[in-house]
Each structure stands twice: as structure tokens, then as C-alpha cells.
Design a protein. Structure first.
Length: 192
């Protein structure tokens, strides 16, 4: 579990977008699981991204016209799983995260903490190699922020790699390593 910290404009979001196969590198090579990411077509890259990475955003990035269940289901639409298999995966996560009773509600009808749980489940349903979280507690109060960080820490303890961009030292303290960047360069890397 890694925190990436730095001032605004230091390159944190750019790094996150490169790690998540959204932005391309300007020079060098980027290999992931032995695959040179730069050689993939845009279609291959989209498929690669859907299988390899789950995103959690500060403001949840949920679609207000869809229910909680439908928001969670979105990444599964491109998989070859049956409808029954998709439903089983979603239902198991809803139970695990304690929001089963919210599944037919729209995002604006549930709390911020519940919305972030939905965003985390959506990031997990395809069983990605790692989770990228951009200020995952930034839109939450302290209590909900700590609850979300405990969820992420538990996921990490169970083998999920998690990379978090944050300005918050409290969030960084949940992590095993803190990388500080400035002007696109690593200026410090500390194991906690």
C-alpha cells in the first residue's frame, strides 16, 4: 500500500494516469506484467485497463442516473461473465461492504461514505491487479475517511496492491510506503 504525496502541480495525477493506462509516457518504456504498455492499441489498452486496474476517485465518479447496483455493474459489462455470475459477484460485495439495502437507490440518495463504498466495490468487481485511489477520503468527514482507509488497508492485507494519491498525512500514515514527488521527480521514498 503506497501513498504518493506532493504539492499541487507536482505530477501526482499525471503519475496516477500513467499507472492506470490513461496517459502515455513521454519517453522510456512502461512494462506491466511483462507487457510493453506502449505497444498496445487503444482497444487493447482499454481491455488491459479494465482487467488490470480499479479506480477510486475523490468525488466517487458515480453516475446519478444509475442505481448503486448498476454503477457497480459497469466494469463487468465488458467481461464474458454470465448475468448470474455478475450478480453473484455484486451481491457478495454489497454484503461485505454492508450496503445491500442501498442497491436500488441512486447515488444522491445515499451518504458520502456509502457512495465511496460503492466506488470501491466498482473498482474491485473485475478483480484487478491493483487499485488506484485519487484522494479517496477527500470528500468525506473524518469518521467516514477513517472507515474507508480501514477498508483499503484490509484489502491490502488480503493481497490487493493499492496506490493512493493524497495531500493528507493521516491517509499516508495508513500506507506501508510514502513516495513524495516534486516537479515529476521522486524526491523521497520512505517505508513506514
Amino acid at each position: 500500500m503506497v501513498a504518493i504525496m506532493g504539492t499541487s502541480g507536482s505530477g501526482k495525477s499525471t503519475l496516477l494516469n500513467i499507472l492506470g493506462f490513461i496517459d502515455k509516457i513521454s519517453n522510456g518504456e512502461y512494462y506491466f506484467d511483462g507487457e510493453n504498455v506502449e505497444t498496445l492499441t487503444s482497444v487493447e489498452l482499454a481491455e488491459f485497463r479494465n482487467k488490470k486496474v480499479g479506480f477510486v476517485f475523490q468525488y466517487f465518479a458515480l453516475l446519478n442516473d444509475y442505481t448503486v447496483y448498476e454503477n457497480i455493474q459497469l466494469p463487468l459489462l465488458k467481461t464474458k461473465l454470465s448475468k448470474k455470475e455478475k450478480k453473484k459477484i455484486i451481491e457478495e460485495y454489497l454484503i461485505e461492504f454492508g450496503i445491500t439495502s442501498q442497491k436500488n437507490k441512486r447515488p444522491q440518495e445515499i451518504s458520502g461514505g456509502q457512495q465511496q463504498r460503492v466506488a470501491i466495490i466498482r473498482a474491485l468487481v473485475t478483480n484487478p491487479s491493483y487499485i488506484l485511489a485519487d484522494e479517496p477520503t477527500g470528500a468525506l468527514d473524518k469518521k467516514n475517511g477513517e472507515a474507508i482507509m480501514n477498508i483499503l488497508k484490509d484489502l491490502n492485507k488480503n493481497g490487493k496492491t493499492i496506490i493512493i494519491v493524497t495531500h493528507d498525512n493521516n491517509v499516508a500514515n495508513f500506507c506501508d510506503r510514502i513516495i513524495t514527488i516534486d516537479d515529476g521527480k521522486i524526491i523521497n521514498s520512505l517505508c513506514v
